[in-house]
Structures are given as structure tokens and as C-alpha cells.
Design a protein around this ligand. Structure first.
Ligand SMILES: C[S@@+](CC[C@H](N)C(=O)[O-])C[C@H]1O[C@@H](n2cnc3c(N)ncnc32)[C@H](O)[C@@H]1O
Length: 214
């Protein structure tokens, strides 16, 4: 498969967007929940969510930040954002704003105004994940938090399962290179952030990594 941002956008413009909430991603919900529970998210926090997709992470985040907080979700798929907006309307959530943008070039303001930055199941499918990650960090206040949850390549004997993991992830834009990028991203986070914690799940094919901004 060619690892290209245009392909990724096309994938999320098609049938996948309609079926997304009934396919593989909700399977990761329990580990996303663990990441949110392990985070410092609290009532009133402002949270920037990159690759928010259909908003599957919103309920977890809202359970911590409450009505006093705010979520700004960014995604470049109009179709996925439409699904997110439907959820927002159905649930009556009033403190979520959606922005259609490419996170590799996204800039909100020059002011760091978010307490926490989150991206789940996003970075590993983005060829220029380093720009996306840097843009996320640049929006977060000092002593704020970055939460990344994603798929990754397993090591040791578990590496035998990698072809299966990648096969399952392919229709969502997952590739061997992308899964490998997750390992690199965690190394970068270890250099940039403090109080780092990484946890791995399901034969190490999914991880979350949380750290504090300087
Ligand atoms: C696998 S989905 C994850 C959605 C959500 N975070 C979740 O866990 O259900 C990946 C999302 O990333 C978005 N995406 C991929 N590359 C992007 C980019 N460069 N800028 C903005 N959104 C992007 C896609 O449109 C899609 O909605």
C-alpha cells in the first residue's frame, strides 16, 4: 500500500466513514478509557483532540472535564466530522467545537490555550506524524499533558502477530511503516516530555503514552 495523505483522506471520505462506529475502532475503547483514567484530565480542562473522527473519545473526555471544560476536535474528513456532529446533537453536548483541518499544518492561535492534547488511532496513519505531533504540543500549556493512543509494532515473539495486526488495520490506513512510526513517536515523547508513562495492551499491538509538557 502507498503511504500517502491523499489516500488516507480518500479512505475516510468513503464507505468507511458510514461504518466506522460499527467496525474495529470501538474495540479499543477500554484502553482509551484507561488512558483517560491515567491522565490528569480534570473538571474545566480545555482539550484539543487531533484526528477526532466520529468523536468516539468524547464521552471518555467529557466524563473528566464536565460541562465546565471544552473539547476542540480537529479532523480533515468532512464525513467523519459529520458523524461527530450527529453524536454531539443527539447527546446534547454543548461544549464541543469541531474544526475541519489537516493536523500536519494546523495552527490555532499563537497562545497556548489547551490543558491537554489527545490523539488516538491517528498518528500511526499520518506520513508526516512528526509535524502533527509538534503542532499538538505547540498548542498545549506548560505542565499540560499529551495523550497518544495508537497501534504499534510488537517486538519479541509477539512480532509474529504484526502481519495480522497490520492486515486488520489496513482498511483504516494502517501500514507496517505507520506502526513502526509509533515506536519512534514514543521515543520522541520520552525526550520532549516529563512524567512519561507508556502502557501496552492486546499482545502489545495497542499502546498509550502520556507525558507532561515543559
Ligand atoms: C482511525 S480514525 C481515528 C478516529 C478517532 N480518534 C477514534 O479513535 O475513533 C483516524 C482519523 O484521522 C483522521 N486523519 C488522518 N490524517 C489526518 C490529518 N492529516 N489531519 C486531520 N485528520 C486526519 C481521519 O480523517 C480519521 O477520522
Amino acid at each position: 500500500m502507498i503511504f500517502d495523505a491523499r489516500n488516507i483522506k480518500a479512505i475516510y471520505a468513503g464507505e468507511l466513514a458510514q461504518k466506522y462506529d460499527f467496525s474495529m475502532p470501538p474495540f479499543f475503547s477500554r484502553w482509551k478509557r484507561k488512558a483517560i483514567d491515567d491522565s490528569t484530565l480534570k473538571s474545566g480542562d480545555r482539550v484539543l483532540v487531533f484526528c477526532c473522527g466520529s468523536g468516539l473519545d468524547f464521552p471518555h473526555i467529557l466524563s473528566k472535564i464536565g460541562n465546565a471544560g471544552k473539547i476542540v476536535g480537529v479532523d480533515f474528513s468532512v464525513q467523519m466530522l459529520r458523524n461527530a456532529q450527529q453524536k454531539i446533537d443527539t447527546q446534547g453536548w454543548v461544549n464541543i467545537e469541531l474544526i475541519e483541518a489537516d493536523i500536519t499544518t494546523f495552527k490555532d492561535t499563537t497562545e497556548k490555550k489547551y490543558d491537554v492534547g489527545i490523539c488516538t488511532l491517528g498518528m500511526s496513519i499520518i506520513p508526516d506524524f512528526k509535524s502533527a505531533y509538534n503542532n499538538l504540543i505547540s498548542e498545549i500549556k506548560p505542565q499540560g499533558e499529551i495523550i497518544i493512543g495508537d497501534m504499534q509494532l510488537a517486538s519479541g515473539w509477539l512480532a509474529r502477530l504484526n502481519p495480522l495486526t497490520i492486515f486488520l488495520a489496513e482498511k483504516f490506513g494502517g501500514t507496517h511503516k505507520g506502526h513502526q512510526n509509533s515506536l519512534e513517536l514514543c521515543s520522541i515523547m520520552k525526550q520532549d516530555l516529563s512524567a512519561i508513562r507508556k502502557k501496552e495492551f492486546f499482545f502489545k499491538s495497542y499502546y498509550y503514552c502520556i507525558g507532561k509538557t515543559q
